[in-house]
Each structure stands twice: as C-alpha cells, then as structure tokens.
Design a protein around this ligand. Structure first.
Ligand code: GLN
Length: 488
C-alpha cells in the first residue's frame, strides 16, 4: 500500500471521509516524519505540533458529525510570510525573529475555517527576496531530490516540505515566481492566481503591486481545492478583486474540447536542446487533448528582468521602511540616540540581499532618477501587459518553461546576485502583467525536475486548471517520488 505521505490531498480526503484513518493519526504520521527529516532539510522554521493535534481533534469531530469539507483534517505547511495569531511569523528575517502576529492573515483564517491542520511554518528567503531560499536568516533549506541543491525560492521551505512528504500541500507567495519556480525544482504543481484573487491581508508585504498568495501541491485537483478555499474578495484588502470565485474543483473536468496555445519563440529558443525536446513532448500531449499550438513572436525577454528589478525593489524599499525598531520587530540594544536606533536596528536586522534591494529601490525612487528608472519601468510594465492582452485575443493560454535550468547547487549564486536575478526570466513577466500562471511537473533536466508553465488571462484560473488537469491525465506525474518521500 502507498504510504500516507505519498498520497495526494484528494486521495487523503477520501480516506478521512471513509474513516480509513483519523486526522489525528494522519497528523501524527506527518509530525513523526518532520522530526526525522526536518533536521537535514530545514524546510520548517517552526513545528506547531500542539496546535496541529488540537486542529486534528476538532477535524475528527467534524468528520464524525458530517460537517467536514473536503479539506477538513488535511495536514499542510504554511509559508512563514502569512500571519498566524499567537504563533511566530518571521518572514525568514532576523527583523521578525520574535514577532508574534496579533491576528491571522485572511488566507490563514480561510484555511482554518475549512478545518485544515497546520503542521508548521516554512522556511523562505528573507522577506521573500530570492530564488534559492539561501537568503533566509535561519539557514538554507535543501532540495529533497538532491541535498546539495536549493529547493528554489522564495517559497523553498514550502516546496521542500511537500516534495519530501512532510506536508500534503503548502501555501506560498509569488511576487516574481516564488511559487512556480520552487514547484518547478521540487516536482510539484504551483499556482499563482491573478493579482487580487487571494487577499493579501496579513501576508507580509514585499512588493505590493506584485505579491500574490497561492498553492504548492502534488496534483492539479489538490491545487484547485485549496485555491478555491483561499480565494475571494476581502474587505480588509482594498486590492482584492470583486470577482466571483468559480467552483474550480467541481468544474475541473469541463475543459474546453479544443483550445489555442501560444508558445513565445523567444522563451523556447532560450532553452538548451535537451529541454526543447522535453518541452516539445509536452506540446505533443497538449495536442492530444485538443490543443492547437502556435509559435509566436513575443520578445520581452530582454526587458522583463530590468523592469521587475526596478519595480519590486522600489516597492520593497517603501514597504520595509516600517521596520524601524520602534513599533515592532528587532530593536538594537546599542542605540545612542533616535537616529542611531534606526540605523543600527536596520543595519543589524536586515540581511545582505534585503539591504541590496532597499538600496536599489531607494535609488530608483530618488529625485533625479525617478523618471529615468521608476517611471520608465512603469511604462515598460504597461507595454508588457498590453503585449499579453494582444496574445489573449487569439489564445486561451501561453506555454513556456517555468525556468531554464534545474535547481542550482547551494552557494552557486553567492558572488553573483545578477545570475540569480536572471534565473527568474520565465516567471516575472506574469507578475508584472498581474496574470495567473501554473507550473506543472512535466519535464526534467539532468535527471532533476523542471516545470512547464501555462499562463492564463486575468481571472481565468479555471481554464488553466482544467487544461492542466486534462494534461495530468495523459501525462501523470504523481508517482515520481523524491528519495526522502519514498522512505516510509
Ligand atoms: N526571485 C524573485 C525575487 O527575488 C521573486 C521572489 C518572489 O516571488 N517572492 O524578487
């Protein structure tokens, strides 16, 4: 029999509802595995065993009383960017090392209302800035497919936990690829919905016009279930959209019989020949389920990284101004006066990558440079968006790889931050245009996982999920296990 931690959310939900296992026993199974494997992976920053067992007990009551939903009793991992009342929320930073949020993020609240069981809070790059999880104050997290490699970032802990069988699914946030890229490197499904689909209330801000919460899971159906529970308008987030949330899960099997897929030639040509072959195989599967594939010209690859790395740091420099050592978070014990307090608190509390972003962001917003950099980047962002809109006049979805290479070796970007920035080439444009996108574990490079990305039009997560679900059926991936997950 397949071990419990090798099953998908939808499979486990059936087992819970049929009484094959209780949520308490399932939770204990995961907590035991976390104890065994977390020391080598470092994917959890906090293990919330007491809370998890309490939540599991009340889930068992709901299951007995028949008031359970499909998510009730499922153990999951929560990215440490989401506020959790009474439990530390560090955002991977020394600045918030001892910060206990006085309230729950809307995402936390919605998930817990479903009766989900939170196993712990996951490791991440500090303030979600990074692509390898190596910028966490709490040390790097490892990729369960190869412990010498990074799991991707910034939601590295979330990806590593699910890929290692230390959670059924996890939450993530995606400002420039932080859900999709770790999903790609850890052989998972990762969905970033349209900006505004999921409330940002209580999700610690990095770049507010780009940040969006989402899901890392083992199957498309799992992602559909969780995304549905997370989504919806929230009066506490003025940028959350007044858009009805479709029944993603119930409508999964209603994919269009025929649909049109655009492949930007520039992204295809950026891959090496072996990845191009792998990509073409997926296109064959897409054709077999009714997709009509066209290669198109969409040459944004030279402008997306500079545009993103102006806008995101600009917004970050403003958002992170709040960490002044006065209101909450780290405060230096060495201050001589108020100015000294600000300088030392921020100098000691932030790590190198965060400081680099604050410096870049402050620079591009400063007088004399504002028009040349920030304003110009906003104009280019508008052009990128209209370029996508032109494509969506003719096509249902756009296909690209999620990344050009597999997970990097730890420390390989240490002396070259630009190389790390360029690894976001295939993901950042989606955030700049506020679009939804999904990474599917359909490719490999050098024997390691590599994601295939589908991008949809605004608020059309449903089509993305439906096509992905159909693709999963002709090209299943859920049996591909990491070495750690394979251990029962
Ligand atoms: N890697 C990108 C960055 O460092 C994206 C991060 C994210 O999506 N949070 O900015």
């Amino acid at each position: 029999m397949t071990a419990w931690h090798q099953k998908t959310l939808t499979q486990l939900s059936n087992h819970l509802h049929q009484g094959d296992i209780s949520s308490t026993a399932l939770t204990e199974h995961f907590l035991n595995r976390m104890q065994e494997f977390n020391p080598s992976l470092n994917c959890y920053l906090a293990i919330t065993a007491d809370l998890a067992l309490q939540q599991a007990q009340s889930a068992d009551r709901r299951l007995k009383e028949k008031t359970a939903t499909l998510l009730t009793g499922i153990p999951y991992a929560h990215k440490d960017i989401f506020c959790t009342q009474g439990i530390k929320t560090t955002c991977g930073s020394k600045m918030l090392e001892n910060f206990v949020a006085p309230y729950d993020a809307t995402v936390t609240k919605k998930l817990h209302e479903q009766g989900l069981v939170m196993l712990g809070k996951t490791n991440m790059d500090e303030f979600a800035m990074g692509s390898t999880n190596e910028h966490s104050y709490f040390g790097p997290c490892k990729n369960p497919f190869d412990l010498q490699r990074a799991p991707g970032g910034s939601s590295g802990g979330s990806a590593s936990a699910v890929a290692a069988g230390l959670a059924v699914f996890s939450t993530g946030s995606d400002t420039g690829g932080s859900i999709r890229q770790p999903a790609s490197f850890c052989h998972l499904v990762g969905i970033k919905p349209t900006y505004g689909r999921v409330s940002r209330y209580g999700m610690i801000a990095f770049a507010s016009s780009l940040d969006q919460g989402g899901v890392l899971s083992q199957s498309v159906a799992d992602a559909a279930l969780v995304l549905e529970a997370m989504s919806g308008h929230d009066p506490l987030d003025s940028t959350s959209a007044h858009q009805p949330v479709p029944q993603y899960f119930n409508l999964l099997n209603n994919a269009p019989n025929s649909f049109k897929v655009a492949v930007p030639r520039s992204f295809f040509e950026a891959m090496d020949p072996s990845s191009q072959e792998a990509f073409k195989k997926v296109l064959e599967h897409i054709r077999s389920i009714g997709g009509e594939v066209d290669f198109i010209d969409f040459n944004i690859q030279d402008i997306v990284i500079p545009t993103y790395y102006i806008i995101a740091p600009a917004e970050a420099s403003s958002n992170l101004a709040r960490y002044d050592g006065v209101r909450y978070g780290y405060q230096t014990p060495h201050a001589k006066n108020l100015e000294d307090l600000y300088m030392k608190t921020r100098g000691e509390g932030f790590g190198a990558e965060v400081k680099r972003r604050i410096l870049m962001g402050t620079y591009v917003l400063s007088s004399g440079y504002y028009d040349a950099f920030y304003q110009k980047a906003l104009k280019v962002r508008a052009l990128i968006n209209s370029g996508f809109q032109e494509i969506f006049k003719k096509y249902h979805v756009i296909a690209t790889p999620t990344a050009l290479s597999e997970a990097s070796l730890l420390k390989s970007h240490d002396h070259d931050p630009l190389a790390m920035y360029y690894s976001d080439l295939c993901t950042v444009s989606v955030n700049l245009a506020n679009l939804p996108a999904i990474s599917l574990p359909l490719m490999q490079r050098h024997g390691l996982p590599l994601g295939f990305q589908l991008i949809g039009n605004h608020f059309d997560e449903l089509t993305l999920l439906q096509i992905s679900h159909k693709l999963e059926q002709v090209s299943p991936w859920v049996d591909h296990l990491s070495p750690i997950k394979a251990r029962s």
